[in-house]
Ligand binder design. Structure first.
Ligand code: DSN
Length: 411
């Protein structure tokens, strides 16, 4: 069939492309070959519903597998309960809201421009349309404005307080947020989509038991197959499970659950801890190379930095992203606080992450070279001749890595 043939060619080109760039998109990662080559379950059976209450026959083993996977997640994150069915962290957030709230209830969350996620109340998203979101932001230094969060909480009495981010590179003060939530008897939810792997690897503090509900991606720093996870307090386990099914989802592939469990087990090995430490060390190289006054919050505690490329290089985030793409480096534009841009295409920030490249074996000395290349690319005029010289330096780094390339792109 002609169309399938074309897709095959495109697929091959895409895989080739993926192996010939350095991917610094902070939400991306490479998938360990040890998992992709040795899945504990490689079948295609789907399942739905809750353990012991399935709508399909043949679920005896599924139930045991899901229970085992859930207990692994609880052990890794020291959580009371886990649900591994959400198709992604966005779906996990949807289910958490469905469990805890009614239509138009008030939620207090971190502003999108300050690093919040689109499922934390952006007006174009289901969250902004179905719930009454109010937002706290950051202070002049870029750090979360907890006093503002407290003031808004007392004034507006939200039913839920959400913290977590897509582009807030600092750890947040989980205990302060707990105190604010308790002062108005609100529930507290953390979206740890980005930092879950760093937490599982023990290189940043585990704040799971401070919240009532925690959501996360299994495919970002956690380095598992694509998907979402919800963790919660014991007393919420029933409403969270029911909010996933039948509340917001129907079936899921069983191998999503087993693949996630397998990845979670790997997070407890020394190798993973080393990877997680290297992710942080590589992000520190980025932090030290860019002048701190151009970095959102002045630095990072996680796996990425957000640079104000408008102030640093006179480029929009989108222009910077596309210039780096030309030399084989992938990153993404990012809005930042006090950014006057109305559209993402005019945003002043650029987010640069280290998880994918660290998984592919790039070390701090490689990141020194990567940082230099990025700064040279963004400082220059963008002339073709100049960029192609930088592109050669990127290629040299990629070739060097191919020698020890044991990672697959995620699937
Ligand atoms: N859009 C993802 C990110 O890049 O952070 C999160 O869903």
């Amino acid at each position: 069939m002609k169309v399938l043939g074309e897709l095959n060619v495109l697929g091959e080109q895409m895989t080739n492309y993926e192996y010939n760039v350095i991917n610094l998109i902070a939400s991306d990662n490479a998938f360990p070959k040890s998992v992709s080559d040795n899945p504990v379950y490689s079948g295609h059976i789907i399942q739905e519903g809750l353990v012991g209450r399935r709508p399909f026959a043949g679920a005896r083993l599924h139930d045991i597998m899901e229970e085992t996977a859930v207990s692994i997640a609880c052990e890794v994150f020291k959580a009371d309960h886990a649900n591994l069915q959400p198709h992604s962290c966005s779906q996990a957030n949807q289910a958490a809201y469905h469990a805890l709230l009614s239509y138009k209830d008030t939620i207090l969350s971190l502003d999108f421009q300050a690093g919040g996620h689109l499922t934390h109340g952006l007006k174009y998203n289901f969250s902004g349309r179905n719930y009454n979101f109010i937002h706290y932001g950051v202070t002049e230094t870029g750090i979360i404005n907890y006093d503002e969060a407290q003031k808004l909480a007392l004034e507006m009495k939200p039913k839920l307080i959400v913290c977590g981010s897509s582009s807030y590179p600092r750890l947040f003060d989980a205990l302060r947020l707990r105190e604010i939530a308790d002062s108005i008897n609100a529930k507290l939810m953390f979206d740890l989509s980005h930092e879950a792997g760093l937490m599982a690897g023990g290189v940043i503090p585990n704040i799971v038991n401070i919240a009532d509900v925690v959501t996360m991606s299994s495919d970002k720093t956690l380095r598992g197959p694509f998907g979402g996870i919800i963790l919660c307090k014991k007393e919420l386990s029933d409403i969270i499970d029911k909010a996933v099914h039948p509340g917001t989802q129907s079936s899921f592939p069983l191998r999503k659950i087993t693949g996630t469990a397998q990845s979670l087990v790997l997070t407890q090995l020394d190798d993973f801890r080393k990877y997680a430490l290297d992710v942080l060390a590589n992000a520190k190289v980025l932090e030290y190379t860019f002048p701190s006054n151009f970095i959102f919050t002045g630095g990072t505690d996680k796996h990425y930095i957000v640079v104000n490329v408008k102030r640093a290089f006179g480029l929009t985030g989108s222009e910077a992203e596309s210039r780096l793409e030309q030399i084989g480096v992938l990153s993404n534009r990012q809005s930042i606080p006090l950014d006057n841009s109305k559209k993402m295409s005019d945003a002043s920030g650029l987010r640069i992450g280290t998880a994918w490249a660290t998984s592919r074996g790039y070390s701090t000395s490689d990141f020194k070279e990567i940082s230099k290349i990025i700064i040279e690319a963004l400082s220059g005029s963008g002339e073709e001749k100049f960029l192609s010289r930088l592109s050669e330096r990127v290629k040299a780094l990629i070739l060097k890595k191919k020698v020890n390339d044991v990672w697959h792109p995620k699937f």
